[in-house]
Design a protein around this ligand. Structure first.
Ligand SMILES: *[C@@H]1O[C@H](CO)[C@@H](O)[C@H](O)[C@H]1NC(C)=O
Ligand SMILES: *[C@@H]1O[C@H](CO)[C@@H](O)[C@H](O)[C@H]1NC(C)=O
Ligand SMILES: *[C@@H]1O[C@H](CO)[C@@H](O)[C@H](O)[C@H]1NC(C)=O
Ligand SMILES: *[C@@H]1O[C@H](CO)[C@@H](O)[C@H](O)[C@H]1NC(C)=O
Ligand SMILES: *[C@@H]1O[C@H](CO)[C@@H](O)[C@H](O)[C@H]1NC(C)=O
Length: 663
């Protein structure tokens, strides 16, 4: 293998020297690709260093943490809310406030009900849509970049900001529990102490480096800013009355506490008295719900989309762990009553005395958990997201319910295509499987035509998240939560094992992309051009693993090159070791702090890049061992990109559009 690569490397180096200069100097990624041959050698070293050593976990005795053995330090605002709410509704007698969360004062057997929270205590997005001010001033808002309507979460946040303002102005028109709930929510200053979306951008860049987490966080930041901009543009009145800081606070409350309650049931008929008209029956409710499709583009009756979202006092106090022991259901609690309540129950196992009950926010990557909640368990229990799309900006961000994308919901436009094209061309600059580089249509018309078609297909899938990003399976899938989320369950840093299954099944979607990139004219029995042409409008077209062994080899090499570049862009050489040691120290003396949270998100990603890179490389070495020496040309992959001017024929007629995405 290495020999085959070396052979190619030297031949493309020769071509490069005749075309040296400007083409190679501009982007940092291009520079990193120049040192590509080195990573191949480096992986061997990394492979030896960073795999899990057989179960040498340093377990933590929770007894050495004062907070594990006593319940102190309750947040008084949260404690007051609990006190008031529990006088009116069911609360389990063995739960007590500790900091901003809850702890069990006695063991609570699984199956027991913890809370029963009636609808009257909730704030739903439906309440926002029924609010006359929201209807009059905010319904018309749309996003500047995409023209898309605002999301359910954005409306709930705007409504919360309004209600908080109204409660300040006129507290006597709110009930005591609602006022206590508002008072219990984190203030802007409290968010500033920990939430990464409101930190200084340069500081976050420094802490996260060039990680996917940094990109995901930027997505959340852009989303919140874009929403504020859209609401402000729709209503200067709202802009003046609320102000950006209050919107930010309300938005972070929604981002980090929102829950799903499903499509509205018949009981919502009675709750409705909007636009001056009383709803009398279910048909009118349905009419109302359908009207939101036209008014703001949401379908609340669609259960698969999650239905309504809500802020629910008490239920939003639980922290997250994939191995939760608390679950939620919005249901009828007495058959003879029409309303439903939000019921919180102990599930899966007992809640131990003094422990913090944990809910699950769903399967979120560490990067998304961090961007959304500013939180991570740090015990290896979550999947790690890797972004391999380093040459182009994804216009879809894969946020819950697709709530914010740069791309218009109606699909791409020439502005977006042109913006993405230049980046996408860079993936096509290796000409793997050909003897040397393809200079362009003058000398190689058929090869150039195939490349043009490949670019069309890449444009078609440029924003399909899973074709450029993957989740690596958790390092410690079975680990249970610690006694509380403020103390570690282990001091050891979770690590990967040498097992390809960490990359399955996400890597297959990346391979599909790489098969497109690595296709040569001889593939599909010489019909590659025809096959791509026939499928230009086929949105389901993928190239499966069955075309040829040589294409499979080149596709693995392409994915391998992506992982290698990802490793190098995260500055892994030397850094991984240093950051590993730094985190090991912080696990002991700075667990849960702001810097610890950011570092362990970044380190997890470094580990995943390193493991992914090594696992792919190992698979290639095993499967194509016999191609190491004197491989046929279809079994070659280049270490260096071909000269940039060879690709200019792909874009020379386009207008460029750049840099319109960021805040
Ligand atoms: C909303 O979703 C429901 C359930 O999926 C579907 O039956 C209905 O046609 C949708 N309504 C609109 C206006 O798309
Ligand atoms: C509903 O039924 C429960 C017992 O099943 C009873 O205790 C309660 O009083 C009833 N409520 C009403 C409003 O009839
Ligand atoms: C994208 O989002 C979906 C739905 O939340 C999730 O299942 C999937 O794993 C995400 N993909 C990546 C690569 O993060
Ligand atoms: C190859 O795989 C594709 C997609 O997986 C499938 O549609 C096609 O029928 C397969 N072709 C052969 C010859 O098996
Ligand atoms: C956190 O990291 C930043 C950036 O590296 C540094 O300036 C700051 O001093 C650190 N804070 C603590 C408490 O270590």
């Amino acid at each position: 293998m290495t020999t085959a690569k070396k052979k190619k490397a030297s031949s493309s180096k020769k071509e490069k020297s005749t075309n040296d200069g400007a083409g190679y100097s501009s982007s940092p990624t291009q520079l990193l690709l120049r040192i590509f041959p080195f990573w191949v050698a480096l992986i061997g070293i990394f492979m030896a260093l960073y795999w899990k050593e057989s179960n040498r976990q340093q377990s933590v005795s929770s007894l050495s943490f004062p907070e594990a053995t006593s319940l102190s330090d309750p947040n008084v605002r949260v404690a007051k809310l609990l006190f008031l709410a529990c006088r009116r509704t069911y609360c389990h007698p063995h739960l007590q406030v500790s900091k901003r969360s809850l702890r069990a004062t006695e063991r609570i057997p699984q199956g027991e009900k913890l809370f029963e929270i009636p609808r009257s205590m909730h704030l739903w997005d439906l309440d926002a849509y029924r609010d006359p001010y929201v209807r009059k001033h905010l319904f018309k808002a749309s996003h500047k970049i995409s023209g898309n309507r605002l999301s359910q979460e954005a409306f709930l946040a705007a409504y919360l900001a309004l209600e908080l303002h109204r409660a300040e102005e006129n507290p006597s028109s709110f009930d005591a529990i609602r006022l206590a709930y508002f008072d219990s929510l984190p203030t802007y200053e409290e968010f500033l102490a920990y939430h990464p979306a409101v930190q200084d951008k340069d500081l976050m860049n420094e802490l996260l480096g060039r990680s996917a987490a940094q990109g995901v966080l930027q997505g959340y930041r852009n989303m919140i800013n874009a929403e504020w901009e859209a609401f402000s543009a729709a209503s200067p009145h709202f802009e003046n009355m609320i102000g950006q800081e209050r919107y930010l606070r309300a938005r972070l409350v929604v981002l980090s506490r929102v829950l799903h309650v499903g499509p509205p049931g018949p009981e919502e008929v009675m709750a409705a008295s909007f636009i001056g008209q009383q709803l009398e029956n279910q048909d009118l409710l349905l009419d109302e719900l359908y009207s939101y499709q036209d008014l703001i583009g949401v379908n609340l009756t669609d259960a698969s989309g999650g239905g309504c979202i809500a802020l629910i006092p008490l239920a939003d106090l639980f922290n997250h762990h994939p191995h939760n022991n608390v679950d939620f259901q919005y249901k009828k609690i007495q058959p003879n009553r029409s309303g439903r309540s939000f019921v919180v129950s102990a599930v899966h196992r007992d809640i131990e005395k003094l422990s913090e009950p944990m809910a699950s926010y769903g399967t979120l990557s560490d990067a998304h958990l961090y961007g959304r909640y500013g939180f991570n368990n740090g015990d290896g229990s979550g999947p790690i997201q890797l972004s391999l799309a380093f040459h182009h900006d994804m216009m879809k961000l894969n946020m819950t319910n697709d709530q914010y994308n740069y791309l218009p919901d109606s699909g791409t436009t020439s502005k977006f295509r042109n913006y993405q094209k230049r980046g996408l061309i860079k993936y096509l600059m290796y000409d793997d499987g050909y003897d040397g580089c393809i200079p362009g249509p003058t000398t190689h018309p058929e090869e150039a035509e195939l490349k043009r078609l490949k670019l069309e297909h890449l444009l078609r899938i440029a924003n399909d998240y899973e074709r450029w990003n993957m989740l690596v399976a958790p390092r410690a899938p079975d680990i249970l939560p610690a006694v509380t989320s403020t103390i570690p369950s282990t001091f050891s840093i979770p690590q990967f094992e040498k097992d390809f299954s960490y990359l399955e099944p996400g890597v297959e979607r990346l391979l599909e992309t790489c098969r497109m990139i690595s296709l040569i004219n001889g593939d599909f029995n010489g019909r590659a051009v025809a096959v791509l042409k026939e499928n230009l409008d086929n949105s389901n077209f993928i190239i499966g693993p069955n075309v040829s062994d040589a294409l499979e080899f080149r596709s693995y090499m392409c994915v391998s090159r992506w992982f290698g570049t990802r490793m190098v862009t995260m500055e892994l050489r030397g850094k991984l070791n240093a950051e590993f040691q730094r985190l090991a120290t912080m696990n002991r003396n700075a667990f849960g702090t702001f810097n610890w949270t950011a570092l362990q998100v970044k380190l997890g990603e470094m580990q995943a890049s390193q493991a992914g890179s090594a696992l792919i490389f190992q698979r290639v070495s095993e499967r194509w061992e016999d191609k190491k020496v004197n491989a046929e040309v279809e079994y070659t992959a280049k270490d260096l990109a071909c000269p940039e001017e060879y690709a200019t024929f792909l874009y020379k007629d386009d207008e460029s559009s750049s840099g319109f995405l960021y805040y």
